[in-house]
Design a protein around this ligand. Structure first.
Ligand code: CAA
Length: 250
């Protein structure tokens, strides 16, 4: 499903971004979107273009951003003139993951009862091809979001990783399942168990085929259950307080 390619030059040409931004502002001038820029691009205006736009938080995927992304995807899905969708971030970050500051004080009960992150998979259910143009950090939920897309074009500065273990939790939006398919079990295990990042070149490996649905359900429940641990709280609190986490295996 996810194909890691060498360059995003086509989509991230110097100068292209500023003209994109001005058109995108016009497109979202109605104040519809706060966290993303949305426009139609291409010679025939048939490419739906969505840029994640929370630069100060490295495009961390807060609830508001994910709701807006769902809305924009729905609009492009319904627009008969749009043939494909491009999802991108900035040179520095595609997305640095789910918003840790928002998650920090969540409880197990809230996560489990509310099926936290359940709505994140909209990207993977869109029927039109979605292309992720990735540069900079694609970490945690950012890596998972990219892998939900049909194709990944990765720039030279792209870094993929699932660093949730460093926060005392696990990937919760398909990372354990899709990463295995994208880069193979061995490298996926190494990344998920160490939090180490890889470049686009390193990501190019043969794919594994697994049944996604069961794996994703199990993963979601395990992710929720990390919110019942002291270490998950400590990991996220340490990040917010800019200090090293003091894990106690509890
Ligand atoms: N959530 C909330 N804020 C984040 C964030 C995140 N995931 N990632 C970065 N930020 C914020 C930082 O808090 C910081 O904000 P302030 O200036 O207000 O403190 C700002 O973005 C810039 O970040 P840094 O100063 O840390 O920048 P850096 O260049 O030193 O480091 C980084 C960059 C390596 C990406 C580092 O920010 C980092 O490790 N981020 C967290 C990555 C992560 O753990 N992602 C997984 C989240 S959990 C998840 O996604 C679960 C899931 O499966 C859905």
């Amino acid at each position: 499903m996810a194909l890691f390619c060498r360059t995003a030059a086509l989509l991230l040409k110097p100068g292209a971004l500023s003209s994109t931004l001005s058109v995108a502002r016009q497109y979202s001038a109605g104040g519809q979107y706060e966290y993303i820029l949305v426009e139609k691009r291409g010679e025939n205006q048939d490419v739906g273009y969505i840029q994640l736009n929370r630069p100060k938080a490295l495009n961390a995927l807060c609830d508001g951003l994910m709701l807006e992304l769902g809305k924009a995807l729905d609009a492009f899905e319904a627009d008969g003139t749009v043939g494909a969708i491009v999802l991108t971030g900035s040179d520095r970050a595609f997305a640095a993951g789910a918003d840790i500051k928002e998650m920090q004080n969540r409880t197990f009960q809230e996560c489990y009862a509310g099926n936290f992150l359940a709505h994140w998979n909209r990207v993977s259910t869109i029927r039109k091809p979605v292309i992720a143009a990735v540069n900079g950090f694609a970490l945690g939920g950012g890596c998972e979001l990219a892998m939900m897309c049909d194709i990944i074009f990765a720039g030279e500065k792209a870094q993929f990783g699932q660093p949730e273990i460093l926060l005392g939790t696990i990937p919760g939006a398909g990372g354990t399942q899709r990463l295995t398919r994208a880069v193979g079990k061995s490298l996926a295990m190494e990344m998920v168990l160490t939090g180490d990042r890889i470049t686009a070149q390193e990501a190019k490996q043969s794919a594994y085929e697994l049944t996604l649905a069961e794996g994703n359900r199990l993963e979601k429940r395990l992710f929720h259950s990390t919110f019942a641990t002291e270490d998950r709280k400590e990991g996220m609190t340490a990040f917010v307080e800019k200090r090293k986490a003091n894990f106690k295996d509890q």
